[in-house]
Design a protein around this ligand. Structure first.
Ligand SMILES: NC(=O)c1ccc[n+]([C@@H]2O[C@H](COP(=O)([O-])OP(=O)(O)OC[C@H]3O[C@@H](n4cnc5c(N)ncnc54)[C@H](O)[C@@H]3O)[C@@H](O)[C@H]2O)c1
Length: 439
């Protein structure tokens, strides 16, 4: 919304949330999320044509176009628990829109939703007894955290789905015209509403599947002396495969991949497509296996016990350039190491507040440290879990000198210079490569 306000000064954008803390933060100098470039965009537009408010009803009343971006987490109760999307926030919002509207509006699904949700929402909105007509569009969001501003300013594509009726097509043109202020027309794709909804789930499923696929090959590399970076380069130069998303790692995270994969599988199951469901679920299973495998490698190589050992986790965010820790592989690794009774020291340039909240129940096993050198001091092992650039440039000789010996590095993102670390004296373990062990 901040980018829309920035690019379309003629449009008044009001962002509302039922969480007053978040709105307060959006109106302050300390935004509630870290995202490169976001502060500049907000500063340019805030108070001009971008406003943040807790008054949801007033924002609905004055709007012609309403983007609904509420959370759609995995359901934790009842039918479909652990798999289906929890649509309660979305449905509440639809009813709130209805209660506060005295004219028809265009409602845009920005949240990621199961196929056919727009149709259900249109039924709720259009059974209003006031004669108001609403159009529900699907406009899934393809931005990636960490590169969100660039992705929004220069999107690969913008996808807009609507009912294939004259009113539906008219509504999607209104939204297309808004994006066309800064997005080239040939990048704005129009479709029916179900294709748009399904495309978002399918896009995330394909991205996650590539990571799980390369991660299965990484396990084979570790057994066969093949090198995962060489294999990734060799297959990525095939123009049919392409080079991106072939980076083997400890696993994928973030709030979307797992929930969207499970949701896709649930939808497939609900249409009796069992094989389709099992196929996509296996992408999640491989990810969990890869996280577990990483910890098994650590424990097995640290003489089959990490109990009482200090282990420094470099990075806790699910990827670099974000403070977001939702479904972060680091959290899975931390929990498994805590179960092994390790003592953890966690460092991260942006994610420590979230890490503290995530591990509040394990306070006696975990320390949090802003300074990576202080985190590593006295540690038996480093586990690099987020690919922050700053971790490539640390003085690893200084770190080695302050560590317990033998000292171990487990590079869960394959970003370090493994030969240099080995030469310093570390035992080095990475993903999809043979271990470099000192005798
Ligand atoms: N985070 C991403 O990178 C990303 C990318 C693409 C799509 N999405 C999708 O966008 C949606 C939101 O994701 P998020 O990461 O921003 O979630 P989030 O949980 O960080 O934010 C959702 C916000 O909605 C607010 N909210 C809930 N009910 C409300 C209501 N009735 N009225 C007003 N506000 C309400 C919550 O208070 C919260 O602040 C999800 O469906 C997600 O799948 C997220």
């Amino acid at each position: 919304m901040a980018v829309i306000a920035d690019r379309c000064p003629h449009v008044r954008v009001t962002v509302t949330d039922i969480n007053p803390e978040r709105i307060r933060a959006w109106n302050s100098d300390r935004l509630p999320i870290f995202e490169p470039g976001l502060e500049d965009v907000v500063r340019r537009a805030r108070g001009r044509n971008l406003f943040f408010s807790t008054d949801v009803a007033a924002a609905i009343r004055s709007a012609d176009l309403i983007f609904v971006s509420v959370n759609t987490p995995t359901k934790t109760f009842g039918e479909g628990a652990g798999r289906a999307a929890d649509l309660q926030y979305w449905e509440k919002t639809a009813r709130e829109i209805l209660a506060n509207s005295d004219r028809g509006k265009i409602v845009v699904e920005k949240s990621t939703l199961p196929v056919r949700t727009a149709a259900a929402m249109a039924r709720i909105l259009n059974s209003n007894g006031k004669g108001l007509r609403f159009q529900v569009l699907s406009n899934p969001e393809f931005l990636a955290e960490g590169t969100a501003i660039r992705d929004l300013e220069h999107p690969d594509r913008v996808l807009i789905g609507s009912e294939e009726t004259p009113d539906g097509v008219r509504a999607r043109r209104v939204l297309a015209n808004l994006y066309a202020t800064w997005v080239p027309r040939d990048r704005i794709i129009e479709s029916n509403v179900w294709s748009a909804e399904l495309s978002k789930l399918a896009a995330n499923a394909f991205l996650a599947q590539r990571i799980s696929s390369i991660n299965t090959i990484s396990a084979l590399c570790e057994r066969t002396e093949a090198d995962i970076d060489e294999v990734a380069r060799a297959i990525g130069t095939d123009s049919r495969i392409g080079p991106r998303f072939l980076q083997a790692s400890v696993g994928f995270g973030g709030s979307c991949f797992k929930k969207d994969l499970l949701n896709l599988a649930y939808i497939a199951d609900s249409y009796g497509l069992t094989e389709v469901a099992r196929y996509w679920e296996s992408v999640v299973r491989i990810n969990e296996w890869q996280e577990a495998r990483f910890v098994q490698t650590m424990v097995a190589n640290m003489f089959n016990t990490v109990a009482g050992k200090r282990i420094a986790l470099l990075g806790f965010a699910f990827k670099a350039n974000t403070g977001d820790t939702r479904e972060s592989p680091a959290l899975a690794v931390a929990r498994a190491l805590i179960a092994e009774r390790a003592r953890l020291v966690i460092t991260d340039p942006q994610a420590l507040p979230n890490a503290r909240a995530d591990l509040a129940d394990a306070a006696e096993s975990v320390e949090f440290e802003d300074d990576p050198y202080a985190a590593a001091r006295g540690a038996h092992a480093l586990a690099l879990l987020t690919e922050w650039d700053a971790y490539r440039r640390l003085d690893y000789r200084r770190i080695f000198d302050g560590m317990a010996k033998p000292a171990f590095v487990f590079d869960g993102r394959n970003i370090l210079d493994h030969q240099a670390l080995y030469d310093i004296g570390f035992n080095v373990f990475s993903i999809g490569k043979m271990p470099m062990m000192r005798v």
